[in-house]
Design a protein around this ligand. Sequence first.
Ligand code: HEC
Length: 133
Amino acid sequence: MDNRSKVVMATMFGMLVAVVLTGPTPVSAQDAASNAPKAAVDEPVPKFDATYLSNADNIKVGQAVWAKQCRHCHGSSAYPGKAPKLSPGGLEPDFIFDRVTNGFRGMPSWSAVFTLEERKAVTAYIKSTSFSP
Ligand code: HEC
Protein backbone atom coordinates (compact mmCIF):
# COMPACT_ATOMS: atom_id res chain seq x y z
CA MET A 1 0.00 0.00 0.00
CA ASP A 2 1.48 3.38 -0.98
CA ASN A 3 1.46 6.38 1.33
CA ARG A 4 -1.44 8.02 -0.42
CA SER A 5 -3.64 4.93 0.10
CA LYS A 6 -2.61 4.83 3.75
CA VAL A 7 -3.69 8.42 4.19
CA VAL A 8 -7.01 7.67 2.50
CA MET A 9 -7.54 4.58 4.66
CA ALA A 10 -6.64 6.45 7.83
CA THR A 11 -9.00 9.27 6.95
CA MET A 12 -11.87 6.86 6.27
CA PHE A 13 -11.17 5.00 9.51
CA GLY A 14 -11.17 8.30 11.37
CA MET A 15 -14.54 9.27 9.91
CA LEU A 16 -15.97 5.85 10.82
CA VAL A 17 -14.79 6.22 14.41
CA ALA A 18 -16.30 9.70 14.56
CA VAL A 19 -19.69 8.41 13.37
CA VAL A 20 -19.62 5.48 15.82
CA LEU A 21 -18.62 7.69 18.72
CA THR A 22 -21.10 10.50 18.11
CA GLY A 23 -23.98 8.36 16.88
CA PRO A 24 -27.04 9.82 15.20
CA THR A 25 -27.53 13.48 16.05
CA PRO A 26 -29.59 13.49 19.24
CA VAL A 27 -32.75 15.58 19.30
CA SER A 28 -32.32 17.93 22.20
CA ALA A 29 -35.11 18.34 24.70
CA GLN A 30 -35.47 21.90 23.52
CA ASP A 31 -36.06 20.88 19.86
CA ALA A 32 -38.63 18.33 20.96
CA ALA A 33 -40.38 20.92 23.09
CA SER A 34 -40.46 23.49 20.30
CA ASN A 35 -42.47 21.06 18.14
CA ALA A 36 -45.08 20.66 20.83
CA PRO A 37 -48.02 23.05 20.94
CA LYS A 38 -47.16 26.06 23.03
CA ALA A 39 -48.82 26.10 26.38
CA ALA A 40 -49.82 29.42 27.81
CA VAL A 41 -47.59 29.92 30.80
CA ASP A 42 -47.95 32.08 33.87
CA GLU A 43 -51.68 32.32 33.83
CA PRO A 44 -54.19 30.96 36.29
CA VAL A 45 -56.19 27.92 35.27
CA PRO A 46 -59.65 29.40 34.83
CA LYS A 47 -62.64 28.21 36.80
CA PHE A 48 -65.80 27.98 34.76
CA ASP A 49 -68.94 28.29 36.82
CA ALA A 50 -72.55 28.82 35.77
CA THR A 51 -72.33 32.53 36.54
CA TYR A 52 -69.40 33.03 34.22
CA LEU A 53 -70.77 30.81 31.45
CA SER A 54 -74.21 32.44 31.39
CA ASN A 55 -72.95 36.04 31.54
CA ALA A 56 -74.20 37.90 28.45
CA ASP A 57 -71.10 40.10 28.16
CA ASN A 58 -68.78 37.08 28.16
CA ILE A 59 -70.91 35.38 25.53
CA LYS A 60 -70.83 38.50 23.37
CA VAL A 61 -67.03 38.74 23.51
CA GLY A 62 -66.81 35.03 22.74
CA GLN A 63 -69.11 35.36 19.78
CA ALA A 64 -66.80 37.98 18.26
CA VAL A 65 -63.80 35.67 18.75
CA TRP A 66 -65.72 32.84 17.11
CA ALA A 67 -66.65 34.98 14.10
CA LYS A 68 -63.10 36.22 13.72
CA GLN A 69 -61.04 33.03 13.97
CA CYS A 70 -63.10 29.89 14.52
CA ARG A 71 -65.99 29.97 12.10
CA HIS A 72 -63.86 29.72 8.97
CA CYS A 73 -62.70 26.26 10.11
CA HIS A 74 -65.53 25.01 12.36
CA GLY A 75 -68.49 26.90 10.95
CA SER A 76 -71.34 25.41 8.99
CA SER A 77 -70.04 27.07 5.82
CA ALA A 78 -66.42 25.88 6.25
CA TYR A 79 -65.57 23.38 3.56
CA PRO A 80 -66.12 19.77 4.66
CA GLY A 81 -63.26 18.11 6.50
CA LYS A 82 -61.50 21.34 7.47
CA ALA A 83 -62.36 20.88 11.14
CA PRO A 84 -64.96 18.90 13.07
CA LYS A 85 -68.35 20.50 13.64
CA LEU A 86 -68.41 21.09 17.37
CA SER A 87 -70.95 19.29 19.53
CA PRO A 88 -70.82 21.56 22.59
CA GLY A 89 -73.20 19.40 24.61
CA GLY A 90 -70.51 16.74 24.91
CA LEU A 91 -67.61 19.09 25.55
CA GLU A 92 -66.63 20.28 29.02
CA PRO A 93 -65.66 23.98 29.30
CA ASP A 94 -62.20 22.98 30.60
CA PHE A 95 -61.67 20.82 27.54
CA ILE A 96 -62.75 23.55 25.11
CA PHE A 97 -60.52 26.06 26.87
CA ASP A 98 -57.56 23.66 26.74
CA ARG A 99 -57.97 23.02 23.02
CA VAL A 100 -58.28 26.74 22.32
CA THR A 101 -55.29 27.60 24.49
CA ASN A 102 -52.91 24.78 23.62
CA GLY A 103 -54.17 23.48 20.28
CA PHE A 104 -54.19 19.83 19.29
CA ARG A 105 -52.99 18.35 15.96
CA GLY A 106 -54.81 20.37 13.26
CA MET A 107 -56.26 22.75 15.82
CA PRO A 108 -54.00 25.79 16.25
CA SER A 109 -53.04 27.16 19.66
CA TRP A 110 -54.54 30.57 20.31
CA SER A 111 -52.67 31.51 23.48
CA ALA A 112 -50.51 34.03 21.62
CA VAL A 113 -53.46 35.44 19.64
CA PHE A 114 -56.29 35.81 22.14
CA THR A 115 -56.11 37.01 25.72
CA LEU A 116 -57.07 34.75 28.60
CA GLU A 117 -60.41 36.59 28.81
CA GLU A 118 -61.07 36.08 25.09
CA ARG A 119 -60.28 32.36 25.30
CA LYS A 120 -62.53 32.02 28.33
CA ALA A 121 -65.24 34.00 26.56
CA VAL A 122 -65.22 31.87 23.42
CA THR A 123 -65.60 28.86 25.70
CA ALA A 124 -68.68 30.49 27.26
CA TYR A 125 -70.06 31.27 23.82
CA ILE A 126 -69.63 27.68 22.56
CA LYS A 127 -71.43 26.40 25.70
CA SER A 128 -74.21 28.99 25.42
CA THR A 129 -77.64 28.57 23.88
CA SER A 130 -76.80 31.33 21.39
CA PHE A 131 -73.96 29.26 19.91
CA SER A 132 -74.46 29.15 16.18
CA PRO A 133 -71.53 27.71 14.24
C1 HEC B 1 -57.20 26.11 10.89
C2 HEC B 1 -58.50 25.58 11.21
C3 HEC B 1 -58.99 25.78 12.64
C4 HEC B 1 -59.24 26.97 13.28
C5 HEC B 1 -59.04 28.37 12.75
C6 HEC B 1 -59.79 26.61 14.57
N1 HEC B 1 -59.83 25.26 14.72
FE1 HEC B 1 -60.58 24.23 16.29
N2 HEC B 1 -59.97 22.48 15.47
C7 HEC B 1 -59.45 22.35 14.20
C8 HEC B 1 -59.22 20.94 13.95
C9 HEC B 1 -58.64 20.35 12.67
C10 HEC B 1 -59.61 20.24 15.11
C11 HEC B 1 -59.56 18.73 15.37
C12 HEC B 1 -58.22 18.42 16.05
C13 HEC B 1 -58.13 16.93 16.34
O1 HEC B 1 -58.82 16.46 17.26
O2 HEC B 1 -57.36 16.27 15.64
C14 HEC B 1 -60.10 21.24 16.03
C15 HEC B 1 -60.63 20.95 17.30
C16 HEC B 1 -61.26 21.86 18.10
C17 HEC B 1 -61.93 21.54 19.34
C18 HEC B 1 -62.03 20.13 19.96
C19 HEC B 1 -63.25 19.46 19.35
C20 HEC B 1 -63.44 18.04 19.79
O3 HEC B 1 -64.60 17.57 19.74
O4 HEC B 1 -62.44 17.38 20.12
C21 HEC B 1 -62.43 22.69 19.84
C22 HEC B 1 -63.25 22.88 21.12
C23 HEC B 1 -62.08 23.75 18.92
N3 HEC B 1 -61.36 23.20 17.88
C24 HEC B 1 -62.42 25.08 19.07
C25 HEC B 1 -61.94 26.10 18.27
C26 HEC B 1 -62.13 27.50 18.57
C27 HEC B 1 -62.89 28.05 19.74
C28 HEC B 1 -61.48 28.19 17.58
C29 HEC B 1 -61.33 29.69 17.45
C30 HEC B 1 -60.56 30.34 18.51
C31 HEC B 1 -60.92 27.22 16.65
N4 HEC B 1 -61.22 25.97 17.12
C32 HEC B 1 -60.22 27.54 15.51
C33 HEC B 1 -59.20 23.37 13.31
C34 HEC B 1 -59.33 24.71 13.56
